[in-house]
Design a protein around this ligand. Structure first.
Ligand code: NAP
Length: 463
């Protein structure tokens, strides 16, 4: 696949782009490096002013940016607007807090004065996915720019207009030329960009295979990486849970972004005593979801981002059936009502689907399904719930529902994941660190931790 905007709701190719050649890539890296030499000397106050200006542009033009995203990757337009607003919020958060996070820290030693200071590393490469085309980039860029680094964005090949719009925002906000650039390149150029000595580190959000490949390339160059990879987050509902709220949240947590979120709840683990009631309510709510043109505000579920994802999700549901699973609702892309609409008949629509009865040890039960498909498991008690939740190679987020403090404390302590949300759905928040363990990756974004990933933690000792 080349670099192109192809509307996933209609199949229409809107615009294609020529990827940059080696000469243009080298020039862009050069511009970034030259920019860094100046930019690193700018004050935090100046950077904050530019970042607030970027936030203002995002808010003023949110409807335009939201439409760009929806047309490129199919997320419902209302969610796209919220995403742009969240980007403005992360810009303001780091503009207002970076000085505090980056302040030198005095440490008493045998020196007359010893302290730790934080300095920028230089040009940072960001390899980003299409599922949150603005948010993924801004949550990297805001802290990186405040810390004095400059950014090079290699965005997913199906969201080039989002990628160009983001670089344009930073430029119009007043950041110097080269402080944040978009490189329209395919994945095949990533290793050579990392190998360039002027590029000092890289972050990748995406699949395990892309993360492993980037980390390997960076490893041979002894360069730091942050990896935000896949997840198969558990959503545990125990007997004491507030069932109505848990079910309503379960729908949002699985369906957000047409089911294509790394922190979507993917495996629903429900205590046997309430499993029938939970299942019945969940099926009812799935049946009520409106699937269709994501540009319409009343639509809950748009198309999957590409035909390949549609095919993969369908194959995974077929694997669930082959392993003994039972489809309670959905499961048939040909039965989606959009098939009958001439304008949408070529869209990548997949129906909201629930699969039950899957053997806990089936291979497919441990895979990430990147679409609107929930797998439902029954467990006898808390011990079984925790064991099943942890029986995955991933460790990104987790959500658990209980009113019993002792159960809550065990879930918090024993779930193997980068986050545990009790009686709420997993979400990213500029104030809280975000990231995973196991094959979900390493490093953290957001919070005070996120801004310290791409800095030199310099020890200073003076006598
Ligand atoms: P993907 O194929 O890995 O693509 C992500 C980015 O990596 C794109 O820019 C892609 O470029 C690039 N890429 C692909 N292969 C590469 C390689 N071998 N070397 C270097 N770069 C490469 O991911 P996806 O399937 O589109 O996205 C879905 C995955 O991302 C899911 O697993 C999801 O859970 C994960 N995700 C994780 C987080 C998180 O924060 N943990 C957030 C969102 C998504 P091209 O588009 O040019 O191929």
């Amino acid at each position: 696949m080349g670099i192109a905007t192809i509307n996933p709701a209609t199949g229409e190719t809107i615009q294609t782009f020529q990827g940059l050649g080696d000469g243009a890539i080298a020039r862009a890296i050069d511009t970034a490096q030259q920019s860094f030499e100046q930019y690193r000397r700018t004050s935090l106050a100046q950077r904050a002013t530019w970042l607030h200006a970027a936030a203002n542009l995002l808010v003023e033009e949110k409807d335009i940016f939201a439409k760009t995203m929806t047309v490129e990757m199919g997320k419902p337009i209302t969610a796209a607007v919220v995403e742009v607003e969240k980007c403005a919020a992360v810009c303001r958060y780091y503009a207002d807090h970076a000085e505090q996070f980056l302040a030198p820290v005095t440490i008493e030693t045998d020196a007359s004065h010893s302290y730790v200071m934080y300095q920028p590393l230089g040009v940072i490469l960001a390899v980003m996915p299409w599922n949150f085309p603005f948010w993924q980039v801004f949550r990297f860029a805001a802290p990186a720019l405040m810390a004095g680094n400059v950014g090079l964005l290699k965005h997913a090949s199906n969201v080039p207009q989002s990628a160009l719009a983001i670089a344009d925002i930073f430029q119009r906000a007043g950041f110097p030329e080269g402080a944040f650039e978009t490189l329209l390149v395919g994945a095949d150029k990533v290793a050579q960009i990392i190998a360039d000595p002027r590029v000092k580190a890289a972050t990748l959000t995406g699949s395990e295979s892309a993360g492993a490949s980037l980390a390997a390339a960076a490893g041979t160059q002894i360069k730091k990486t942050v990896l935000e990879l896949g997840g198969s987050d558990p959503f545990i509902v125990l007997e004491s849970a507030d069932l109505e709220t848990a079910v309503a949240t379960a729908v949002t947590a699985r369906m957000l972004n047409n089911g294509q979120s790394c922190i979507a709840a993917k495996r629903f683990i429900v205590q046997e005593s309430i499993a029938d009631a939970f299942t019945q309510k969940l099926v009812e709510k799935y049946a009520a979801l409106k699937i269709g043109d994501p540009l319409l505000p009343e639509v809950h579920i748009g198309p999957l981002a590409t035909p390949a994802i549609l095919q993969e999700v369908h194959q995974q549901v077929q694997s669930c059936l082959a392993a003994g699973g039972k489809v309670l609702i959905g499961g048939d892309p040909d039965a989606v009502p959009t098939r009958a609409d001439p304008a949408l008949s070529r869209g990548n629509f997949y129906p909201p689907t629930i699969v039950a009865n899957l053997p806990h040890d089936a291979a497919i039960a441990r895979e990430e399904i990147f679409g609107p498909v929930a797998t439902l498991f029954r467990v006898a008690d808390l011990d079984a719930a925790i064991a099943l939740a942890n029986d995955t190679t991933f460790g990104l987020g987790s959500s658990a529902w209980t009113q019993i403090p002792a159960e809550r404390d065990r879930l918090v302590a024993e779930i193997e994941a980068g986050s545990v949300f009790i009686n709420g759905m997993v979400k990213s928040d500029p104030r809280l660190p975000f990231g995973g363990i196991k094959r979900s990756g390493y490093g953290r974004e957001l919070g005070s931790q996120g801004i310290l990933e791409f800095v030199n933690v310099k020890t200073v000792w003076v006598k």
